[in-house]
Design a protein around this ligand. Structure first.
Ligand SMILES: Cc1cc2nc3c(=O)[nH]c(=O)nc-3n(C[C@H](O)[C@H](O)[C@H](O)COP(=O)(O)O)c2cc1C
Length: 290
């Protein structure tokens, strides 16, 4: 049993937001479960968003760059349609809803709308979103804004709160501390790192959007460093995310201080990665219990 942000989970392996769509995965896996101890949804915004122009993903040495641009149907369609269908697919698995916004009030509004919706076990605040109100590149890059948004969401809902941070910041410990001060029950470390793949003939980005987010094994040392630094500095639950693709790499993040790990890019290659790692982490059944 793993206790994460007050949630009692069967094991410490989750899916990473936005990488494995439970509804689409049904087509690939049939009735087999994804295996995540809690299912984290793709980040949802107040209004529908089209996302970035294609191409949206590009392979890079050992990993991947994406510029998906957080497309989605908006919160009303999410609550009416996506969430119930997701719950059908994941069964009794607790659902953690990832929320995003362009202002502090967006996050507050989403938290209020999701509070009390059946099947929502916790919220994850994706703070790697541009803040239109203050002109800040990302709420999660600014200590004061991170504190403010977490505090305002905390005052809006009693649901367990996870705050997800970017590794492309100058002081991850100060940002995690701000989230904890604001009332976060756990921090998720990390989102993708800012990256770029460039076309030599045009000098432009290979991807349709401006730059991209680096994920997969090249992100792992950054995630490990963030988890370790936050674990040493703060006594807070941590979801370690970045390049987990095997029992060994999950064990590294757990050894660095993560309470649980989440798997993203590896599921593009093999959607059974989460269940394989979870099974490998499970304590062997004792002879008496068999
Ligand atoms: C295609 C893609 C889409 C993603 N969408 C989201 C998202 O909607 N919200 C979010 O918080 N993180 C999103 N992420 C980041 C992942 O959740 C994760 O933090 C990151 O990919 C690092 O983990 P990994 O190396 O296991 O992929 C996305 C990553 C990828 C590759």
């Amino acid at each position: 049993m793993t206790l994460l942000a007050g949630l009692r989970l069967d094991h410490p392996v989750l899916n990473a937001s936005g990488t494995l769509d439970a509804i689409a995965a049904r087509d690939v896996l049939g009735d087999a479960t994804l295996g995540a101890a809690a299912h984290v949804t793709k980040t949802i915004f107040p209004d529908a968003r089209p996302g970035n122009p294609s191409p949206r993903i590009a392979e890079t040495a050992g990993g991947m760059l994406n510029s998906i641009g957080l497309p989605g149907p908006g919160i009303a369609a999410f609550i009416d349609d996506v969430l119930p269908r997701t719950r059908t697919c994941v069964g009794v698995t607790p659902v953690i809803v990832s929320i995003g916004g362009e202002s502090v009030s967006d996050y507050e509004r989403l938290a209020a709308l999701l509070d009390g919706v059946p099947g929502v076990a916790a919220l994850e605040l994706n703070l790697s979103c541009p803040n239109i109100e203050s002109g800040c590149i990302s709420i999660g890059a600014d200590v004061a804004e991170t504190l403010l948004v977490t505090r305002r969401v905390r005052a809006t809902t009693a649901l367990p709160l996870l705050v997800k941070l970017s590794p492309s910041v100058s002081d991850i410990v100060a940002l995690a501390a701000a989230a904890v001060d604001g009332g976060a029950d756990a921090v998720t470390l990390t989102n993708t790192a800012r990256g770029l793949a460039v076309r030599v003939d045009t000098g432009r980005s290979v991807l349709g959007g401006p730059g991209g987010g680096l994920s997969g094994p090249p992100l792992r040392p950054l995630a490990l460093a963030a988890v370790y630094a936050v674990r040493v500095a703060l006594g807070v639950d941590i979801v370690g995310v970045g390049g987990v693709d095997s029992l060994a790499t999950a064990a590294e993040l757990l050894a660095a201080g993560a309470t649980a790990v989440a798997v993203g890019t590896a599921t593009f290659r093999d959607p059974t990665t989460i269940s394989r790692i979870a099974a490998a982490l499970a304590p062997p059944t004792s002879i008496e219990a068999r």
